[in-house]
Structures are given as C-alpha cells and as structure tokens.
Write a protein that binds this ligand. Structure first.
Ligand SMILES: [Zn+2]
Length: 457
C-alpha cells in the first residue's frame, strides 16, 4: 500500500513539470531525518546501484576507490550530498560524465552538478577518492567501519561505518544493489557480499568481483580482507561461500556444512531464504568482539556457537531483507534474531523456547533491564542494549502465546514476504499482527514494547 502511494505520487509530480522548471531545483537534504543519526543518509535522490572498485594495500593501509552510483532524483536538485568521512580525499566527481563541483565537510560530500537535475531524472555519479580509512567509534563505544586487523580489515558497518570507506546514501531506507571489484595483494583474500562472479591475478595482486544482486542497506555491506582459507561450493541446495582465518581453522572444521540445516529450518517457518548465496567470514579480530549479519555472509570474530550462527542467519530475513525504517526500531532486527536463536535451540533439543523465556522473565522487576522498553531505547548509545534483544524476543513469545502458533508463524511469514527487500517499522508490525490474528493487540505491544517496567504475563 505504501509503495503504491509513492509510485502514484511520483507519476503525478512528473507529468505536469515543464522542462524549464525541471532545471531549477533546490539542495537535497543533508540527512535522511533519523533522530538517532541526523547526518546519516541524504534527501533528494534514491540510489539504485553502487559499483565499487577498491584497491587496498594492507601494509600501508592505503585505499584507492572509485564508486559509481546510479540514482534517481526525487526532487529537482541543484545539489546533493553523499556520506563520506573527510579523512578520505576526494579527487574528482562527475555527474552523468561531466565534472561536478564538490566540497567535503565533516562526513558530508556535497556535489553540485554542472546542470541541476530534474525530479524523476536518472543520473550517475562517479567519485574517485583515496586515503587511509579509519574506523569510527559509535555512541555505545563499539568500533564500526573499516577496522584494521593484523592481516587486513574486519569490515562491519552497523550503524554508521559505511561512510568510512565509500561514498553513498548511507541510511537504511535507501537500499541498492552493489557490485564490488576488490584488488588486494595475492597473499590476501577479499570477501564481500553476494556471489563471487570473477577472480584473476596479475603482477602479485588478485582482483575479485562480487555481485550483490538483491537490494542492500549499506550498513550490511562488507569487504573483509585478510589471510583466509576460502571455500565456495554448493551444499544442500545453497551456494555457501566461507572464509576462515587460519588461526581459527581448527575449530571451524565443517563451518560451511553448518549453514544448510539452519537455513532449511528457518525457510520452513519464515518462508524462502531471500538471497542467492550464503556463508560467513570468521576473522581473528579480538579488538572488535562482535559479529554482524552482513548481507548473505555474516562476519564473526570467532567460530560461532549454534545460537550465534542461528542469530546471524535469522537476520537475513529480519534485518537484511526486511529492514527497519528508523534506528529506533532496531528491536525488529534484534528481538527477531534472538527469538530465532531460541527457536533453533528448541529445534535442536537443547532448550525449549518456554525455558528461554522463563529465564529472561526471571530478571527481578527492580532490575534496570526492565527500564528500557525495546521499541524506544532512548538514544543511539542504547541501540544494542540487552532489552532490545531479550525483551524484544520475549515480546514475540508473548504474542505467540496470545494468538497461537498458526497465527504467529503466519505473521512472521507475512512480515518476511510483504516487506521483502524493503523497510518497515514497529507500527507496521503491530498492524500486521492484528490483521493476521484478527485480535486487538495494542495493550500487549504497549506493555512489552513501549512502557518501562516489567509487564505481567
Ligand atoms: Zn543481531
């Protein structure tokens, strides 16, 4: 319904515009309007595809990049912004092949094309840049972005790291397909999202080309580089691409084969796996300490346990394919992935979902845990707090008990299919749950998602 409205509005605006008007235009907004990260993303255009060429030297830490963005103007644009840290130096920008004026300020690259862009117009931007990328530190203190390791880069970008290595519209509401052409010394392996489509070596360097054909929010992109044991094979009906740091290879035996059983189970309850390939990257990065559900191919700082593997693979449906609209709605990622861990461990016979719920619910009412409601974490410093995960998962279990298994799993399947490759917020989930179950559920969601304090069961 939302998407239909947007299409109608575009068609309506396009038709009455005179050619003269189309060449006026105003600056695109410098942010997408997310209160947690006001500078993130930009207004005035919609990116459709990123074609990245990256050349990285792990010993000097030097990156040379060319990013070509194909986009459509959503307003008449006199200029527009891309998100890119100014520690990287932009050498040139063209719009539709013509040199554009550009300026770097903070995390914004401001581009003024030679001629303004009419609303609805498709255009392409090519940015040439280089420098030594450095990670950012997030409001919660965690490292994010292009994180150097002893042998390369551990590249995870939630919530704001993408701007540390490529220019773009880096808010999760602007999803786009990606292609990565990455050149590294032949002693290293570069692994990105999607399918490996080409690889060649020349003069001591190896180039690999990765095609991410399904739309992706840029916080889910990765180009992870290091010394890796690499494998790419069809297993159990999936294309499983894995890279494992040799230091961890012993414990990682059988890592590729662990994916199909989890994906088969989740497909049976959530609907078909949404991507063309799967796998994972296990890198030795003790300084990072967290895994991320990078699209098609999560990055892990250690060999994942069954619950961590299930968590990151469940995110492929919940987070990667269906992505929140605002960072505040992060429980739609983490609550769902945590509940999926509970489901997988129940399936394995390790622990029932009810036992997992009871253990979390046993947290005393006076504990701080209950003071932060999952759908209103209060700020970016709380994005990855426990309540977002555990109370988010508990919310789903309470919903399941209220509506019964058939309606509950129908809700999860509808969520995954109705918003496939798109974005949705908490209000949409509440509305969908009520529609599918035929029940009035506002009191339940209000108590579990929005109100501080321990809800009664
Ligand atoms: Zn997660």
């Amino acid at each position: 319904m939302k998407r239909l409205l947007a299409l109608t509005a575009t068609a309506f605006i396009l038709l009455p515009l005179s050619p003269a008007l189309a060449h006026d235009g105003t600056p695109g907004a410098p942010g997408a309007g997310d209160p947690y990260f006001p500078g993130q993303g930009n207004g005035g255009y919609d990116a459709g595809h990123y074609d990245l060429s990256l050349d990285y030297d792990p010993s000097s830490g030097r990156l040379t990049g060319v990013t070509k963005i194909t986009a459509r103007a959503t307003q008449a644009l006199s200029r527009f912004n891309l998100d890119l840290v100014s520690t990287l130096s932009v050498r040139s920008v063209t719009v539709d092949g013509r040199p554009a004026v550009f300026a770097q300020s903070g995390n914004e690259l401001v581009v003024t094309p030679a001629r303004s862009l009419g609303s609805g117009r498709d255009f392409s931007v090519v940015v040439r840049y280089d420098g030594r990328p450095v990670h950012v530190v997030d409001p919660d203190g965690s490292l994010d972005g292009w994180i150097k390791t002893s042998d390369g880069v551990y590249n995870v970008n939630e919530p704001q790291g993408a701007m540390t290595w490529y220019p773009g519209n880096h808010h999760m509401t602007d999803k786009a397909t990606h292609r990565f052409t990455v050149t590294v010394p032949s002693s290293r392996v570069a692994v990105a999202n999607g399918d490996l489509v080409a690889k060649w070596s020349k003069g001591g360097h190896t180039t690999s080309v990765w095609d991410s054909r399904e739309p992706m929010a840029s916080y889910l992109a990765t180009v992870t580089i290091g010394k890796f044991e690499f494998a790419d094979a069809r297993i159990g009906g999936y294309r499983v691409t894995t890279a494992v740091d040799p230091k961890l290879a012993g414990d990682a035996k059988g890592f590729p084969e662990r994916h199909p059983p989890v994906l088969d189970y989740f497909s049976s309850i959530f609907g078909p796996y949404p991507f063309s390939s799967t796998g994972g990257i296990i890198d030795h990065a003790p300084e990072v300490g967290y895994a991320l559900e990078t699209q098609t191919r999560p990055v892990y700082p250690r060999v994942p346990s069954e619950s961590l593997l299930a968590h990151e693979l469940a995110h492929q449906w919940f987070g990667d394919s269906v992505t929140p609209t605002l960072w505040r709605d992060i429980w739609l990622n983490e609550g769902f992935a945590t509940y999926s861990e509970w489901l997988w461990l129940d399936k394995l016979g390790t622990r029932t979902v009810q036992v997992a719920f009871d253990a979390a619910y046993a947290t005393p009412a006076e504990d701080e845990f209950w003071q932060s409601p999952p759908a209103d974490p209060g700020g970016p410093e709380n994005l990855f707090h426990d309540p977002v995960y555990d109370r988010g998962a508990m919310t789903l279990h309470v919903l399941r008990l209220e509506v019964g298994d058939p309606a509950f799993f129908a809700i999860l399947r509808a969520w995954a299919s109705d918003y496939k490759y798109g974005n949705a917020d908490t209000a949409a989930f509440v509305a969908l749950s009520e529609r599918v179950s035929g029940k009035q559920l506002d009191a339940l969601f209000e108590a579990w998602l929005f109100k501080p304090g321990k809800p009664t069961v």
